[in-house]
Design a protein around this ligand. Structure first.
Ligand SMILES: [Zn+2]
Ligand SMILES: [Zn+2]
Ligand SMILES: [Zn+2]
Length: 173
């Protein structure tokens, strides 16, 4: 589903932008031109992109934005969960589905399925995970402010194309 060649990605993109516009209206936030440009640049594919790739994508269409303006837009988009930061790749992913972000607080967990073959990232529904993590933290007397789970492996498209996990044999001393 997330291979850009086998679905109508235009639908994903316009849905994600429409959802961001709607939430901005409901929550009294401003989707400025800069913020929308950055969101749209991220939505060109389902692979997480670095801030510099975002700048390049925007530069390909209009004027090259300054790094600071892109980082500011990213701060806004990530803070309000229109996009997410994928720490292990130092990259950003636009939120394609709602995943209840409007209703859940900023401490609600995020789950990402990262394909090691094609580089795609899928955001999964955290469902019961919030309660489970809260229980684990509470047992340690710990108060969590954010939980992000990155799951690495092979996406459905790569699996059906017959790719296999790379087997790394590292020897640790
Ligand atoms: Zn798509
Ligand atoms: Zn999301
Ligand atoms: Zn894949």
């Amino acid at each position: 589903m997330l291979d850009d060649s086998d679905h109508d990605h235009q639908v994903c993109r316009s849905r994600a932008v429409a959802r961001a516009e709607e939430r901005c209206r409901d929550e009294g936030l401003r989707l400025t031109e800069q913020r929308r440009q950055v969101l749209e640049a991220m939505l060109e594919s389902h692979a997480p992109v670095s801030a510099y790739e975002i700048m390049d994508r925007i530069a390909g269409k209009t004027r090259r934005p300054s790094p600071i303006s892109v980082y500011r837009a990213l701060d806004f988009l990530v803070a309000h969960r229109f996009a997410h930061r994928i720490e292990s790749r130092n990259a950003f992913l636009a939120c394609i589905d709602e995943h209840g972000h409007a209703a859940s607080g900023p401490e609600a967990p995020l789950v990402f399925l990262l394909c090691e073959n094609c580089g795609s990232a899928t955001e999964a529904e955290p469902a019961e995970l919030g309660g489970l993590l809260a229980g684990i933290a509470a047992a340690e007397g710990f108060s969590p402010s954010a939980s992000v789970l990155e799951v690495r492996g092979l996406c459905a498209a790569c699996r059906s194309a017959g790719h296999h996990h790379h087997v790394h044999s590292h020897s640790h001393s």
